[in-house]
Design a protein around this ligand. Structure first.
Ligand code: BG6
Length: 480
């Protein structure tokens, strides 16, 4: 510890994902991925849910991942800007189909591997530690078409092959790995979370939990493979987090909030504690859901738990046991009632900095492992002035308030928090809406929802503010 209250080696940085920033969707031998066929516009949500089947691109739609912000060609400029802010770490994800274009190829695509080599080298040049998500909403289309993606156990083998290749190749360049981005997303947006498509009348819950089991085993196998290649690797799980509050102090509401939170904790309970929790086994039994397991799955899960818990936090949630209470917020992937005590973003995401401290404490009490906040931030409309400058004071206040509660969680509550990578450190495509207009970055990218713009990068006001935060190791949070 030092004056600032944040640990000396605290990993300040920023986060992105391949499909939301790279572009170049078919360059360098890359194959087609689920995220490449998810359109912008009104069809996006049915596709994300797995209810509308769209496995090829057409001329009627715009596909934001195809160009995104062109990080593929501009990574040097972008990483130089991250270095200027003083990033200690940079979270990025690998595009599975850059490395295995079809997913079941026997040999990896050298051009794809080389691209990430170059990106990691560029980070290391500035002393930036790469934090790598192995899959961030990304399944090779070929595997969706041939085996139905994660509904099939065969996916574990393909994922293992990917892990073996990347762990071996990057063993001296990358230390921190996340197995699946927001692993609980498969229950909410099954196509983006797991490449799942549903047939009419299918028991969706059965399919989603079976697919989730495959991902959980794949995640444990990743830990096992990782440690055999480099015992110093640190493997983390990743949860879309945010505590659920009861709408009233009625015991029924309190119990409902517990149940809602368990839907998400289920995943981390398995990844961190190494076994299906009793409440989940009972729920599956009650709902008539049968999970097909291989004989050694239970042992694999038990013996290969994660080293740290990472999570995204944007908002808290609110629930009620009373079916007549129904004032839902809009635009949230996780259902939530409107909380009268909170303000919301332009997209209806409820802003709750203290909720982050609650979430940190809940996760630390539950798992007693180091925590890493790998996503947090405010999606907002930024309007550049005549000089093209964005004065994003709203973003600064959002981040400042969240960093303050992180500090309290560390200093007052004793939570072991190892890093913070705000989401979309450079503007990128929104995962839920496909918009460019929903911006999170410290760096503005000149591009609009329809794909127009120069793609030029420029620093927003928050750029220098965050630079100062990092420089002072979190002790200077007021504006420059
Ligand atoms: C998380 C995802 O759900 O939230 C990111 O891991 C996503 O991929 C982020 O971009 C913010 O959501 P959105 O919809 O505003 O982009």
């Amino acid at each position: 510890m030092n004056n600032s209250s944040f640990p000396e080696n605290f990993l300040w940085g920023g986060a992105t994902a391949a499909n939301q920033c790279e572009g170049a969707y078919l360059e360098g031998g890359k194959g087609l991925s689920t995220v490449d066929v998810i359109p912008y516009g009104e069809d996006r949500f049915p596709v994300l849910l797995g209810e509308m089947k769209m496995l090829r691109c057409d001329d009627q739609h715009l596909y934001p991942s195809h160009e995104a912000i062109d990080f593929y060609h501009r990574y040097k400029e972008d990483i130089a800007l991250f270095a200027e802010m003083g990033f200690k770490t940079f979270r990025l994800s690998l595009s599975w189909t850059r490395i295995f274009p079809n997913g079941d190829d026997l040999n990896p695509n050298e051009a794809g591997l080389k691209f990430y080599d170059d990106v990691f080298d560029e980070c290391l040049k500035y002393g930036i530690e790469p934090l790598v998500t192995i899959t961030h909403f990304d399944v090779p289309i070929h595997l969706v078409e041939t085996i139905g993606s994660w509904r099939s156990r065969e996916m574990i083998t393909h994922y293992e092959r990917l892990c073996e290749v990347i762990f071996t190749r990057y063993k001296d360049k990358v230390k921190y790995w996340l197995t699946f981005n927001e692993i609980n997303m498969i229950l909410h947006l099954p196509f983006i979370g797991g490449g799942l498509l549903f047939e009419e009348g299918e028991n969706k819950k059965q399919t989603m939990y079976q697919a989730a089991h495959h991902q959980l085993v794949a995640s444990a196998r990743a830990t096992q493979i990782a440690k055999s290649i480099n015992p110093d690797f640190q493997i983390g799980c990743m949860l879309a987090a945010g505590n659920t509050y009861p709408n009233t102090c009625a015991p029924e509401d309190v119990f409902k909030a517990l149940q809602v939170d368990r839907e998400s904790f289920f995943f981390i309970d398995v990844q961190s504690r190494g076994a299906y929790p009793n409440y989940a086994l009972k729920m599956l039994e009650r709902e008539g859901i049968h999970i097909e397991m291989a004989s050694n799955d239970i042992q694999t899960l038990k013996e290969n738990t994660v080293d740290f818990i990472s999570f995204s936090y944007y908002a808290s949630r609110l629930t009620s046991a009373d079916p007549n209470v129904s004032k839902q917020t809009e635009g949230n992937v996780f259902a939530s009632l409107k909380n009268p005590y909170l303000k919301a973003s332009e997209w209806g995401w409820q802003i709750d900095p203290l909720g982050l401290r609650t979430t940190l404490n809940t996760l630390y009490d539950r798992y007693q492992k180091p925590l890493f906040i790998v996503e947090n931030g405010l999606g907002a409309v930024d309007t550049p002035d005549e000089e093209g400058y964005v004065k994003d004071d709203y973003r600064i206040s959002y981040l400042k308030a969240h960093i303050e509660t992180m500090r309290d969680a560390i200093v007052i509550d004793g939570v072991d928090l190892i890093g913070y990578t705000p989401w979309g450190c450079i503007d990128l495509v929104s995962a839920s809406t496909g918009e460019m207009k929903k911006r999170y970055g410290f760096i503005y990218v000149d591009k609009d929802n329809d794909g127009n713009g120069t793609l030029n990068r420029s620093k927003k006001k928050s750029f220098n503010w965050y630079k100062q935060v990092i420089q002072s190791n979190g002790s200077l949070l007021t504006e420059v």
